[in-house]
Design a protein around this ligand. Structure first.
Ligand code: AVJ
Ligand code: FE
Length: 440
């Protein structure tokens, strides 16, 4: 992404990204029958048909009505698809568009949007400059596609999704890297499609610390589970232990007892748990308990971003660990190319200047930081994307998962969720403070 790209090239890129997102939404919704589309697979999730029409409704609100200045396609359904009006658990009972109507609606909106795109100068107004509103809607659709993928993981019944297995990995020689004390540029003011919570760029001092070169693996996490970690309150925070008791947590979600060992349910396939893959489907409380048991801690958000972007050779912060270029299949496990995380060490081309692997892709990484705006934060274009969540009980998640599209992934991208959530594709890695002699 560059600001010197010509307007026609930008228009073509926007059209391609819109089409990619739609192909994914269609694949995720065509994979099941109508009954499955309207059903509640979990109280944590919307019916798939809600996500589909909500994607179309957001696109209508921002691109047809606001950018395009056109008449509404449907002005009678805004309330149904306003996420703030109805909690997910209540959505199946709403008078939603049925699957046929929802498919028709999103097509009708998209036809108008392609016409709006043809006529937009893609400059001038802040919403239109660099195609921002289009980029925001691409990211919105891809974020809901990841949410729909999580709904598929919660769905019972025979598997309906397929993908190539991830590439093999070779665990890096070093278990951790040392990141010396110093400031770096966090966030961005320049990335044209960066969302409001990633802005503005600002200098942050980070004390020296050690960070794991890879996410915590299933094998490492199993040692905590099998060593009685879930039965010892010493490792858990007070709120974490209370939740562990209330929800009767005994292992990551989707792990199944098999004699003395474990299997997992992955999109309807029951299989052995690959020891070298990052653990996934743990909540923040489980991640923190593991870290405490291991004599370590979770990283903070500035630590994660510094390890992912800061290039000590130039003093610059990169867009991605490997540089400024968009992610390719060699860099990271993104975009639902695979239906699981890849083993640790599978992406040597994606290593950061600090020597850290798989910061982008595979699993979202829980961080011990709450959600607030950066100094100088300005809600844009609407408070409900980020600002209304500031100061809640959320914990930050960074890096994206195998289910995150490259369009919604970069080293500045910020995600957040409640610390009890386990259906998302989240894992973690550990950090520790520098030893006294290393603090300089
Ligand atoms: C940023 C992933 C927490 O899914 O709730 C989708 C993204 N915002 N529609 C979410 C979002 C509005 C959001 N997360
Ligand atoms: Fe949404």
């Amino acid at each position: 992404m560059t600001t010197t790209e010509g307007t026609e090239a930008l228009r073509t890129r926007v059209a391609t990204r819109l089409a990619d997102a739609r192909a994914r939404s269609v694949a995720l919704t065509d994979a099941v029958d109508d009954d499955d589309l309207v059903r509640q697979h979990s109280r944590l999730m919307s019916p798939l048909v809600w996500d589909l029409a909500h994607i179309g409704n957001q696109e209508e609100l921002w691109l047809v009505r606001d950018v395009g200045g056109r008449e509404p396609v449907r002005c009678d359904i805004d309330n149904l698809y306003d996420a703030f009006q109805h909690p997910r658990a209540d959505r199946p009972a709403l008078p939603l568009l049925d699957p046929t109507e929802a498919r028709h609606y999103v097509r009708e909106v998209r036809d108008k949007v392609l016409d709006v795109l043809d006529r937009s100068p893609l400059e001038g107004r802040r919403l239109e400059a660099d195609g921002f509103a289009f980029g925001m809607i691409v990211q919105h659709e891809q974020q809901h596609d990841e949410t729909m993928l999580a709904t598929h993981q919660l769905r019972s019944g025979p598997p309906v999704l397929t993908a190539e297995p991830p590439p093999p990995g070779l665990a890096p020689a070093a278990a951790e890297v040392f990141v010396p004390a110093g400031s770096f540029t966090m966030g961005t003011s320049l990335d044209p499609w960066a969302l409001d919570n990633e802005r503005p760029a600002h200098e942050v001092h980070v004390d020296a610390f050690h960070l794991d070169t890879t996410p915590v693996t299933n094998a490492a996490y199993a040692a905590f589970v099998d060593g009685g970690g879930y039965d010892d309150p010493r490792w858990w925070s007070d709120t974490g232990w209370a939740y562990r008791q209330k929800a009767n947590l005994t292992a990551p979600r989707f792990w199944l007892r098999d004699g003395a060992g474990w299997l997992r349910d992955r999109f309807g396939v029951i299989e052995p748990i690959p020891p070298d893959e990052p653990v996934v489907h743990v909540c923040f409380h489980e991640a923190l308990a593991y870290a405490t048991w291991a004599g370590r801690r979770l990283p903070t958000e500035p630590e994660w971003e510094k390890a992912a972007r800061y290039d000590p050779a130039t003093g610059r912060s990169r867009r991605f660990p490997w540089g400024d270029e968009d992610p390719g299949p060699e860099h990271a496990n993104l975009g639902q190319r695979h239906l699981s995380p890849a083993p640790v060490g599978a992406y040597p081309a994606g290593v950061s200047p600090s020597g850290v692997h798989q910061l982008i892709g595979d699993v979202w990484e829980w961080l011990d930081t709450g959600f607030t705006g950066y100094p100088g934060f300005e809600a844009f274009p609407y408070r409900e994307y980020s600002e209304v969540f500031f100061g809640g009980d959320y914990k930050m998640l960074r890096g994206g998962s195998f289910g995150t599209d490259p369009a919604a992934s970069r080293s500045t991208f910020r995600n957040w969720d409640h610390p009890i959530r386990r259906q998302i594709f989240a894992g973690f890695r550990c950090a520790r403070d520098a030893d006294p002699g290393e603090r300089a």
